[in-house]
Structures are given as C-alpha cells and as structure tokens.
Design a protein around this ligand. Structure first.
Ligand SMILES: [Fe+2]
Ligand SMILES: [Fe+2]
Length: 166
C-alpha cells in the first residue's frame, strides 16, 4: 500500500465521488437510504478534511510558501463544507431541505476536489520529493485513527474553528 500523501488523499476523493453518485442515484428513493448515504458522506468528509487541515495543508504551506493562496482558499472551502455538514448532521432525511442541502454540499466538494487534484496537488508533486510525500502520508495514516468521524465531534468543531482563525 502506498503511503504517498497525494495517493492517499486521491483514494479518499474517489470514495467520496462514489458516495456522491450513490446519493444522486438514490435521490428519488426512500429517505432511509438517503440518510444512510449522507451519514457515510459526512463521516468520509469529516475524516478527510481533518487530515488535510491537520497535516497536508500546514505541511504544504510550510514547505511551499508559493502555494499559500491555494491553501488559504482550500481552508475556506473546507469551512463552507463544515457548515453544511454540521447542518445536515442535525437534519432528518425527510426534511424538505435535506436533498437540496446535500446537493449543494456535493457541488461544493466536487469543485474543491477538482481544484486540489488539477490545480495544486500537481504542483506539490513536482516540488516535493517522493520521500517527503511519504512522510506526510505516514503522518496522515497515524492520525486517521484519532480523527473525528462526525461533524459534531469536538475535534471536528475545533478544526472548523481553527480553519477560520489560523
Ligand atoms: Fe480539501
Ligand atoms: Fe481533499
């Protein structure tokens, strides 16, 4: 298994895209199925943004100051997603706004992931060595077990606050 940070993050992105598609396919289906998928989406996003906020983003910012604007924009995009995730976590699938809010979350995150993968991950890949990317990946693997799994977990809320005040 690769420990390369970008490989690991792209694997998470792939799983998110799978869940997003499953939700879109289930849009007309029973509320219980949409609820289950949204629970999975919220968990995947909470873990992933935590690892990026705690490890990937600060490391890239430290090592590659030229990418600071990309990192700052990414923190803001995470914050928007955090707010939507927290709202969805407090909502039932039969709420009339549930699907609309999930759709907006999916649109936002899809845009964000495209920017990561197409705009600044390639610059990170070019600028950092394989060893550095493996070290960052190892830090994320180590932190994963301790990552919050729901948007309302204390660590997730602290992360959301750090993202706007850092
Ligand atoms: Fe991100
Ligand atoms: Fe990401």
């Amino acid at each position: 298994m690769s420990t390369d940070a970008i490989v690991l993050l792209k694997e998470d992105h792939k799983e998110m895209r799978r869940l997003f598609k499953a939700f879109q396919d289930a849009e007309e289906g029973p509320a219980s199925q949409r609820q289950k998928l949204v629970d999975q989406i919220l968990e995947a996003l909470t873990v992933h943004t935590y690892l990026e906020n705690e490890v990937m983003y600060p490391e890239v910012r430290r090592l590659l100051p030229d990418l600071e604007d990309d990192i700052l924009e990414s923190y803001e995009e995470h914050h928007v997603a955090d707010v939507l995730c927290a709202e969805l976590a407090a909502m039932d699938a039969d709420d009339e706004r549930f699907t609309a809010k999930t759709t907006v979350l999916i649109e936002n995150v899809t845009h964000h992931v495209e920017e990561e993968e197409q705009e600044w991950f390639p610059k990170v890949r070019d600028a950092l060595g394989r060893k550095q990317l493996q070290e960052i990946g190892e830090k994320m693997i180590a932190l994963r077990a301790d990552a919050p799994r729901t948007p309302t977990a204390p660590k997730a809320i602290k992360k959301a606050m750090d993202a706007v005040t850092a």
